[in-house]
Design a protein around this ligand. Structure first.
Ligand code: FAD
Length: 446
């Protein structure tokens, strides 16, 4: 038995979960499984959170005006998941067409956003979560540049950029994805990243179906005539739009952060023990879903299990001083690695370690990430790393392979190698290019 864990739940709590997105839904399931009395408060009229697509956008496209009309979802047309569905789903409710019981509309390995929404709806239905949700319920609580300035949160479709010259700021997952989609309509897309500091890095990647994505360093100046200058790379005399794919700020309007001793400055929530609990506040408040560069759903699931068990007394948190010491150690480590506080919740390759810690805190009966999932995750990261480091061309090949029916020569082998690395038992399945994704070792739907 792990040090902070008891055999039986000894407490039953009344718990409010804010938001019926993926994290809120799995939190509600775990809390109810643990015997707690749960209500899910959702400000919208529908479950699914960020996976609900709408044409509507914020009143202020850059999100600077605090009084703007707000739209929650950042979903846009043409988005397909950036994770293979085999690893994306919850541990005991796989993201497979079988589990979705007839509601699937896109069986591809990297499906469209509507398929994810349907998966979450199927999950809620299977575990009878909808009756726990109170919908429509909210808790109280480059001046002068002539072009269009917007945040990716408000990006919906590429059509408005037809024939235009567009800069996409930020080249992480969403920046690359938005650039690729906009390039299908735009005359030219300039993908700008702080990390590109040499001409050599700019020359390494000229992407897009029509080779119309060019790399640039960060924008240093937007001028009144509509042009832009960059830290590295040739200036552009006329830009029509800039799309900022620069990430998100944390905001908890329903919490008195000051009273809790919490801050959301510098794009992280602090101080938090293991990205979840406020040292000294007990388990009554828990954050589920803060870590990023992760496979979110299975992580939400383990975080939710731990939250439910510390509330019931089946697991317990370390003393406040120990939690505070963890926070200090975490900050020191971040500084030693030369990473800014905004990367506090960035896990990436450390996420399996985090999963293992969560599971061990929950108790022996909570399974670690199954071997095949862990290997697929590793293979996936290796694949992404290869794509980003080796060749931009490989990105378009693999994308093409994953989304289209007739892959160009070479792409099949690349994907096969990716998955062969993942698990020998996947080989046979992936030799068949037309096979639909399946869970290689399907866990039981609970
Ligand atoms: C463009 C985009 C692409 C992505 N692609 C992938 C992918 O391919 N694979 C993947 O696994 N993940 C992807 N993600 C990550 C995605 O955010 C997570 O998978 C997951 O859906 C997040 O779930 P959540 O419950 O934390 O947040 P959300 O889905 O945002 O849900 C939060 C919910 O809380 C509600 N809410 C907020 N404030 C209040 C309040 N005060 N009162 C009541 N309700 C409130 C909101 O209305 C919403 O329903 C993507 C994200 C984006 C933006």
């Amino acid at each position: 038995m792990p040090p902070h864990s008891a055999a039986e739940p000894s407490r039953q709590c009344k718990v409010a979960v804010i938001g019926a997105g993926a994290a809120g839904l799995v939190a509600a399931r775990e809390l109810r499984r643990e015997g707690h009395d749960v209500v899910l408060l959702e400000q919208q009229g529908q479950l699914g959170g960020t996976w609900i697509y709408t044409d509507e956008v914020d009143g202020d496209l850059l999100g600077r005006d605090a009084s703007r009309r707000r739209v929650h979802s950042s979903m846009y047309q043409g988005l397909t998941t950036n994770l293979p569905r085999e690893i994306m789903g919850f541990a005991d409710f796989p993201f497979s067409t079988a589990a979705m019981a007839g509601s699937s509309i896109d069986a591809r390995r990297y499906p469209c956003s509507e398929e994810v929404l349907r998966y979450l709806q199927a999950f809620a239905e299977h575990y009878h979560l909808t009756q726990l949700i109170r919908f429509n319920c909210q808790l109280p609580g480059a001046e002068g540049w002539p072009g269009l300035l917007m945040h990716s949160h408000n990006y919906r479709s590429a059509e408005r950029f037809k024939g235009q010259h567009v800069a996409v700021l930020g080249a992480s997952f969403s920046g690359q994805d938005v650039a690729r989609l906009v390039a299908q309509q735009a005359a030219c897309v300039y993908l700008c990243a702080r990390e590109w500091t040499t001409q050599q890095q700019l020359d390494a990647g000229r992407g897009g179906a029509a080779a119309n994505i060019q790399r640039r360093g960060m924008i240093t100046q937007l001028n009144a005539a509509g042009g832009a200058e960059f830290a590295v790379g040739q200036a552009v005399p006329q830009l029509d739009a800039v799309i900022c794919c620069t990430g998100y700020n944390y905001s908890f309007a329903f919490l008195d952060l000051q009273a809790l001793g919490l801050s959301t400055a510098q794009q992280h929530v602090a101080p938090l023990f293991q990205h979840m609990f406020v040292p000294g506040q007990g388990p009554g408040l828990a954050f589920i879903g803060l870590p990023w560069r992760v496979v979110p759903f299975p992580m939400f699931e383990l975080q939710a299990k731990l939250c439910a068990r510390v509330l019931s007394g089946r697991a317990s948190l370390p003393p406040a001083a120990e939690m505070a010491a963890w926070v200090q150690q975490h900050e020191k480590l971040l500084a030693a690695e030369g990473r800014p506080p905004s990367q506090s919740h960035y896990l990436d390759y450390k996420q399996l370690e985090y999963h293992a810690w969560l599971a061990s805190m929950c108790g022996r009966d909570v399974p670690r990430v199954p071997g095949w999932r862990a290997v697929v995750m590793h293979a996936y990261w290796l694949w992404r790393w290869l794509l980003v480091t080796v060749d931009e061309k490989a990105i378009s090949w693999v994308r093409h392979y994953n989304r289209e029916t007739s892959p160009p020569p070479g792409a099949g082998q690349l994907i096969l190698a990716q998955h062969a690395l993942a698990h020998p038992r996947l080989w046979r399945h992936f030799l068949d290019d037309n096979a639909k994704p399946v869970n290689p070792l399907p866990p039981q739907v609970a």
